[in-house]
Design a protein around this ligand. Structure first.
Ligand SMILES: NC(=O)c1ccc[n+]([C@@H]2O[C@H](COP(=O)([O-])OP(=O)(O)OC[C@H]3O[C@@H](n4cnc5c(N)ncnc54)[C@H](OP(=O)(O)O)[C@@H]3O)[C@@H](O)[C@H]2O)c1
Length: 176
């Protein structure tokens, strides 16, 4: 498999990848898919993210728990970023950030774990693939996968048409 720039998220059915204030508690209790996680981790060479996601991450939290590869975080003010091992803060053009992350990733994938940066890269034709796992939850508020008011639709080549069907859980069994 050749190295890709992958926009990869778990997303609520209504299109949010984080709740209000970057909350991620809605992902708790989702059924684990260890085989799927392993597949992504084995192919992962570097992560490119944004400053808001980094600031919201708790302590030394890393993507996929114990993955320890290079992480690049885009910010306009790297001087006041919370430093951490393996994390490089970049203040450069997004295309240059991708070039740096690709070089670090070698023959593995770069995962873009930021809606904001993913949007910028899509506009520049720099995303190779979008992988989304739809979580069985409606959030109603938060950070959208793709937020671009006034922007043009971006047409995608699907692997397949996706049809999903859900039944609301009753109030006593809803996720927190
Ligand atoms: N559901 C999932 O699977 C999943 C996975 C990963 C992350 N997430 C969530 O995604 C959310 C990320 O939110 P987000 O997209 O709103 O924020 P973000 O991309 O993490 O951060 C936005 C910030 O990144 C910096 N930035 C963006 N583009 C830049 C550029 N071209 N040059 C320099 N700096 C740039 C700016 O920081 P400055 O203001 O410092 O300049 C900007 O304010 C987080 O809540 C995270 O938890 C969800």
């Amino acid at each position: 498999m050749s190295a890709k720039v992958l926009w990869h998220f778990t997303m609520s059915l209504d299109g949010f990848v984080a709740g209000p204030n970057h909350s991620m508690d809605w992902m708790e209790g989702l059924p684990p898919r260890p085989d799927l996680v392993r597949e992504y981790v084995e192919a992962l060479g570097a992560v490119l993210g944004g400053r808001a996601g980094w600031d919201a991450a708790i302590d030394e939290a890393r993507p996929y728990g114990d993955w320890r590869g290079p992480i690049f975080v885009l910010t306009h003010h790297p001087e006041d970023a919370r430093p951490a091992d393996g994390v490089t803060f970049l203040n450069c053009d997004v295309a240059e950030a991708v070039r740096i992350a690709r070089e670090a990733a070698g023959d593995k994938n770069v995962e873009v774990l930021s809606p904001t940066i993913g949007r910028q890269l899509l506009e520049r034709g720099l995303i190779d693939q979008i992988d989304i796992h739809i979580a069985p939850v409606l959030l109603g508020d938060g950070i959208r996968l793709y937020d671009n008011p006034g922007g043009k639709p971006i047409r995608l080549q699907p692997n397949a048409t996706v049809d999903v069907r859900y039944h609301p859980l009753d109030a006593t069994t809803r996720l927190p």
